[in-house]
Design a protein around this ligand. Structure first.
Ligand code: SF4
Length: 243
C-alpha cells in the first residue's frame, strides 16, 4: 500500500473520531518529531486537547514581527496556563530588511500579500518543518469557503517536506468542528483566548492584514480583504489552493 493510500485510509477511519482522539493518535505516532502550530487564535484548543491527552507535546508559533500586542499577550498567557514554552520561529532579518528597504512597510497593500508572507511566514515555517516528521494545524473545513472545504483529518502535506526533505504528515484534528463548537468548548473549559475576539476579530493574523468582521460576514473576509477570496491563504496551507 502506498503511503498516500495509508494516510487516506487513516483519515477515513478518523473522520468520525473526536478531535481529542485524533490529536492523541498524532502525538502517539510521532512523539517528539511532531509539533503543534499555534497561530494565536482559537487554535489554542489544540494545546488544550494535547494537554488533556497526557502525551508530551511541542508547540511552535511564527512570530512575523507584525502581530497584535494581544497575540503576544496570549502567547505568554498560554505558556503560563499550560506550563509550556512555545518555540518561536522568526524570519531571517536580512530578508525582512531587503523587502522593507526596497518596498516599504506596507508593500502588501500594493502588490499582494504573497511576498511579505513568503519572507515573514512561509520561509520560517519551511525551516521549522524541515526538522519535523509531522505537524498539527488548527485548520477547519468551515473557515474558508474558497480554500478549506476539503481538509482531511490527516494527509501527506501537499506543500512542505519534513526531515531530510522527506514526507511530512499534516494533522488537522479540528477540521470537523464548527466555529460554534470551538467557542463553546473554549468557554466551557476556561481556555485562554485572544482578547481581539472580544473586539469583533474572528480569524487573526498579522495586525496590518487583519480586521474585525461584521455580523454575518465570513471570518476570512477579515483577512487580506483587498484580495480575492480564492487566494486567501498565506502560504502555510498553500496546498489548499493548488488542489
Ligand atoms: S499577513 Fe500581512 S504583514 Fe503578515 S506576513 Fe503576510 S503580508 Fe506580511
Amino acid at each position: 500500500m502506498t503511503n498516500e493510500k495509508k494516510r487516506e485510509e487513516q483519515a477515513a477511519r478518523l473522520e468520525q473520531a473526536s478531535p481529542q482522539d485524533n490529536i492523541k493518535e498524532a502525538l502517539n505516532e510521532f512523539g517528539s518529531e511532531i509539533a503543534i502550530s499555534f497561530s494565536g487564535a482559537e487554535d489554542v484548543l489544540l494545546i488544550e486537547y494535547a494537554q488533556q491527552s497526557g502525551v508530551p507535546f511541542r508547540v511552535f508559533s511564527l512570530d512575523t514581527g507584525r502581530l497584535h500586542p494581544e497575540t503576544y499577550q496570549l502567547f505568554a498567557a498560554v505558556e503560563k496556563h499550560y506550563g509550556i514554552r512555545i518555540e518561536y520561529c522568526f524570519p531571517e532579518a536580512i530578508d525582512v530588511e531587503a523587502l522593507v528597504h526596497e518596498k516599504g512597510m506596507f508593500s502588501f497593500f500594493e502588490d499582494g500579500h504573497q511576498e511579505c508572507c513568503g519572507v515573514r511566514k512561509v520561509a520560517p515555517l519551511r525551516k521549522k518543518l524541515s526538522s519535523l516528521k509531522a505537524w498539527v494545524t488548527g485548520q477547519r473545513k468551515d473557515q474558508s469557503p474558497g480554500t478549506r472545504t476539503a481538509v482531511p483529518v490527516v494527509q501527506i502535506d501537499p506543500a512542505f517536506t519534513g526531515v531530510n526533505s522527506g514526507e511530512l504528515i499534516k494533522w488537522n484534528p479540528l477540521t470537523n468542528m464548527s466555529s460554534e463548537d470551538v467557542w463553546m468548548t473554549i468557554r466551557a473549559l476556561g481556555v485562554p483566548y485572544n482578547s481581539l475576539h472580544e473586539k469583533g476579530f474572528v480569524s487573526i493574523g498579522c495586525e496590518p492584514c487583519t480586521r474585525p468582521v461584521l455580523p454575518g460576514q465570513h471570518e476570512r473576509e477579515g483577512r487580506w480583504w483587498w484580495e480575492e477570496a480564492s487566494q486567501k491563504e498565506c502560504g502555510l496551507h498553500k496546498g489548499n489552493i493548488e488542489k
